[in-house]
Design a protein around this ligand. Structure first.
Ligand code: HPA
Length: 275
């Protein structure tokens, strides 16, 4: 099934530019590093850094805690392209800000996307510092990154969007290594204001376990591009109205940095596994 994205022109230029910078390295796995999680890329050996502002269609970023570059290289036994920084719908009003980067990486040969984010938790037992693997999502924002795409490929099947095989492998690795790993459904709120306590109560009724302002558009794009997806939330706070505290971006970043080590351990275990 064919599909053309408005970002396809930029994606082709960006793929060519990236290819020129990577000197023969063909990344198999792309990783989006979420808020406060840029250091996940520290595990990349012989890294090649490519600033977003040299790549057509890549976002120009405005959020503290997000670098703005691709870090490509070898991570364990895998060749990776780590995206340090994403653009959120709340920055531009557009949900497709990561379309060109993801399409470019798919053109380069990436088959798998691992998405990470900072999130609020609706589950008291998975509190700040917990890492959760996402099993599904809820998008009632009225926004979709494929709006404006052309062709039958835009009607993307979202059953098993969070790849069951990858989930089983991550689950087995977490158990083998003794890494605590929660799991559940992520609900996308567009932000940038945090949710109200009433919205969180509504989200709970709808089946959400975690809430955040990213990831869902990227997962939809990735599925449209034929990438397999795994996604992880680093819980930085209990959701609004649950923790008895007020929410802030500064607290989100501080908590993300503290919990990033667990997520990194999990990724290292995955990347060390033979393909
Ligand atoms: N809500 C939305 N986004 C978030 C949260 C939250 O509670 N925590 C970190 N990112």
């Amino acid at each position: 099934m064919t599909m053309r994205l408005p970002a396809d022109g930029d994606a082709m230029l960006a793929a060519a530019a990236l290819k020129g910078r990577l000197g023969g390295l063909v990344p198999e796995i792309a990783v989006i590093c979420g808020s406060g999680l840029a250091e996940l890329a520290d595990a990349v050996a012989d890294p090649i850094h490519v600033p977003y502002d040299t790549l057509p269609g890549f976002p120009r970023l405005s959020v503290a805690g997000h670098a703005a570059r691709v870090v490509a290289g070898t991570f364990g036994r895998r060749r990776v392209a780590m995206l340090q920084g994403r653009v959120h719908a709340y920055e531009t009003g557009e949900a497709d800000g990561m379309a060109a980067p993801l399409a470019a990486l798919a053109l380069l040969g990436c088959k798998t996307l691992i998405v990470t984010n900072a999130a609020g938790s609706l589950r008291a037992e998975a509190g700040p510092g917990s890492v959760a693997m996402l099993t599904d999502h809820i998008n009632l924002t009225g926004r979709n990154p494929l709006t404006g795409a052309v062709g039958d490929g835009r009607f993307v099947d979202m059953v098993d969007a969070y790849d069951p095989d990858l989930r089983a492998r991550f689950r087995a690795l977490a158990e083998a290594k003794g890494i605590p790993l929660a799991e559940g459904v992520y609900m996308w709120f567009p932000g940038p204001s945090f949710e109200t306590p009433a919205e969180i109560r509504a989200a709970r009724l709808l089946g959400a376990d975690f809430v955040g302002m990213s990831t869902v558009p990227e997962v939809i794009l990735a599925r449209a591009l034929g990438l397999r997806v795994a996604a992880f939330s680093l819980v930085t706070n209990l959701a609004a109205g649950m923790g008895g505290t007020h929410l802030s971006h500064a607290r989100t970043l501080a908590r993300a940095a503290a919990g990033a080590a667990v997520l990194r351990e999990l990724l290292v275990a995955f990347m060390e596994e033979s393909a």
